[in-house]
Design a binder for this molecule. Structure first.
Ligand code: TTP
Ligand code: MG
Length: 401
């Protein structure tokens, strides 16, 4: 299934906070890090404001060198407590736009916004809303945002127009976007690898993308394949939220209330497929399945079933959800909303539950294959025949809480 991933990275984070807290430093070259001790200091630069970067100062540079480059600069110590406070404020804002937020450093995070697009009016709307909220709630800090079909491209995109950047790369633009970038932009390509790639005539990501895969594998082993895949814009790594959720659920509100039991059955199948996919991506299984039903008069019911084993396979989720639904007495009323959720979650190492035995193992493999096929060829490739008759959904929402 096509995904939309957003990467966000705050601009000159520590230095920008110093400029926020001390208005007199705004527009000035600010260097946060070790004490320069008049050029004799032995530590390094944590970060520098964009004004200071004009002097050639950057993170991890010896503070003594930074001092020589810009003796008139404003040198400040690290105030970690304050930066963590702002970091938490920013991460909390991000949670409002997707339950799938993966912080990867103090000032940077990935969001899988695939499930939030409809709710907020599209990817760009989400990106701009996040930037605006951060600016307003922190009192003026800026962030750079990259939006793309995967993590790798989103991260490159957010870096491209820093500071205050905003870059969106659509699925069909990925290859063109990557083509002319230097190879050191690839994750995992350090100085040594860069030199080795140069020796075989590769200096850009585009050149790497068309290089024969087998030759790369011969030269770099498995990593060669990894480079090739990234160069071709293929990166299937999921966004993994830092705190595992307590429950995962999917629900749907119908465009018109329904009592068509075949349609309801297919809806449960569709919900189970989607839920199963998220659970597999997040490497989670659950012991309790909950069906949520809202009827035409807005009365809402939940019915749960708890198993001895942990499950995440869509056909099991579907089978039990359908069983629960059939036992539920709607008193002749139509259904407005349906949801299924799984709780009592457990992280898994990929092995299948004993209860469903050998079949379970095969099934698990099948789902992994389905996921990778879908990632490659799009959802249509292997959508179950039954789902082809689906009607329009009003709103599909994913909840991880
Ligand atoms: P970065 O996001 O790498 O840098 P930045 O936010 O200062 O600047 P920009 O993103 O606009 O390029 O790192 C975030 C913070 O982490 C940074 O403000 C300070 C800290 N940091 C260090 O302390 N040492 C380092 O070597 C790096 C790279 C960052
Ligand atoms: Mg940053």
């Amino acid at each position: 299934m096509a995904r939309t991933i957003l990467h966000i990275d705050m601009d000159a984070f520590f230095a920008a906070i110093e400029q926020l807290d001390h208005p007199e430093y705004r527009g000035q070259p600010v260097i946060v890090g070790a004490d320069p001790k008049g050029g004799q200091g032995r530590g390094v630069v944590s970060t520098a404001s964009y004004e200071a970067r004009k002097f050639g100062i950057h993170s991890a540079m010896p503070i003594s060198r930074a001092y020589r480059l810009c003796p008139q600069g404003i040198f400040l110590p690290v105030r970690m407590k304050r930066y963590v406070e702002i970091s938490q404020q920013v991460m909390t804002i991000l949670q409002d736009y997707s339950p799938l937020v993966e912080p990867i450093s103090i000032d940077e995070a990935f969001l899988d916004i695939t499930g939030s697009l409809a709710l907020f009016g599209g990817a760009e709307a989400i990106g701009w809303a996040i930037k605006k909220r951060i600016q307003q709630q922190t009192g003026g800090l800026t962030a750079s945002v990259g939006i793309a079909p995967n993590k790798f491209v989103a991260k490159i995109a957010s870096d491209l127009q820093k500071p205050d950047g905003f870059v969106v790369v659509k699925e069909k633009e990925v290859q063109g976007f990557l083509r002319d970038l230097p190879i050191f932009k690839l994750w995992g390509v350090g100085k040594k690898t860069e030199q080795r790639l140069r020796k075989i005539g590769i200096t850009t990501i585009g050149e790497l993308a068309v290089y024969p895969q087998d030759k790369l594998v011969r030269l770099f082993g498995k990593t060669g394949l990894h480079f090739w895949r990234l160069a071709n814009g293929i990166d299937e790594r999921p966004v993994i939220p830092s705190t595992p959720p307590k429950s995962v659920s999917q629900e749907i509100t119908f465009e018109t209330d329904t009592d068509d039991s075949e349609f309801i059955r297919l809806t449960l199948l569709r919900l189970a497929e989607a839920l199963g996919k998220i659970l597999r991506q997040q490497k989670l299984k659950g012991r309790t399945l909950t069906l949520k039903i809202r009827l035409q008069d807005f009365s809402t019911f939940t019915r749960s079933k708890t198993f001895t084993d942990f499950i995440n396979a869509p056909d099991l989720l579907y089978r039990f959800a359908w069983e629960i639904f059939q036992k539920f007495d709607r008193q002749g009323k139509k259904v407005r909303l349906l949801g299924i959720g799984v709780s009592q979650l457990n992280t898994v190492g990929g092995e299948q539950l004993p209860l469903f035995g050998e079949q379970g193992n095969k099934r698990q493999k099948l789902y992994q294959i389905m996921d990778s096929l879908q990632a490659k060829f799009g959802k249509e490739a292997i959508v179950r025949a039954a789902l082809k008759q689906e009607r329009k959904w009003f709103c599909l929402q994913i909840f991880l809480v």
